[in-house]
Design a protein around this ligand. Sequence first.
Ligand code: F6P
Length: 384
Amino acid sequence: MGKCIGVLTAGGDSPGLNAAIRAIGKSALNSYNMQVIGFRDGFRGLMENRTVQLQSDTLSGILTLGGTILGTSRDKPHKMPVGSKMQDMTEVMLDNYHRHHLEGLICIGGGGTQKNALRLAQAGMNIITLPKTIDNDVAQTDITFGFDTALSIATDAIDRLHSTAHSHHRIIVVEIMGHKAGWLGLGAGMASGADVILIPEIPYDVNLVAEAIRRRRHRGKNFSIVAVSEGALAKDDEQLFTELQAKKKKAKENSDEKKLKKVLDSLSQFKAVQKKNTLLLSSKLETLTGLESRLTILGHLQRGGTPSAADRILATRLGTKAVEAIAKQQYGNMVAVSGESTKLVPLKEVAGQRKIIPLDHPWIHSAIETGTCLGEEISLHDIM
Ligand code: F6P
């Protein structure tokens, strides 16, 4: 056997991870005569040296499985909970990396993983990453795997909510994942014909949302579907959040511990209230429109189960490219999707960035043209 490479999956799981692991394993074994070691539970397994040898039998039959056979975690190399403390365990990971004489390590994950992988690359490991997340918010790639499957699940769920909203003449507010980006919310909202779509990129005015629902009622439509991304904020809240962030930055710059503690307290209070954001929105809409309203939070359903055909293909393409990049020693890169093709993007250009929906994106254009309320008075003129 030739060289040995490692692979780990980190961050929230997403459909297509096993397809990527399979592609990495099979192409390494079949095309490059390389051995593959999987680390369990993300960066934690690399620290604890918990491994599994990925051989033909381990890789067989996993293409269609949801989740990740390796397990995952949100642990970060430089801030790992060890005992009761957070510790920088990068050196321990580096030792384990060398213990297995790895030629390179493939880290599969979302935005957080790209940052952590860059840290490991800077510590001396040969790193290649793949972009996966249902949020589709990794910078420098057209798409991440997991997104297509989650989009179908969320769309199907909203389709089902339509008939019950219609029968009961209700508003149904449906909360969709996506972290601080609106790709999943906007995509699922558009695909299911939601009447209102609220996304983090466009802070909303609840009065405009209520007005749109009342207008529908005047046209004889006594029900409405309001698709809300989990990160969407009302305008006032967005302003408050921006102010708190600015105060936090200033307190840090001035090393003002007292002020910093106060701001951090306010921020955590703000976040606690925001967790109930969609519940509050639902009850406000009830008051403002006189229609009954119900809230459905789709939650982790959107991340579970078998990947779509598109995600299986994408994960397979990216997985084989990652192994090729290691064989060519093109380290320190993420394998990104660019149109019909793939390309390598330096991790430095990916880490710490978030791909949100630009206001002039064609999806937003079409949503406006089809009369969807986006919670703000935006005209095509404003965004073009
Ligand atoms: O990043 C994927 C994601 O599902 C986000 O959409 C969501 O905000 C987050 O993970 C939830 O994380 P957890 O599974 O750790 O609660």
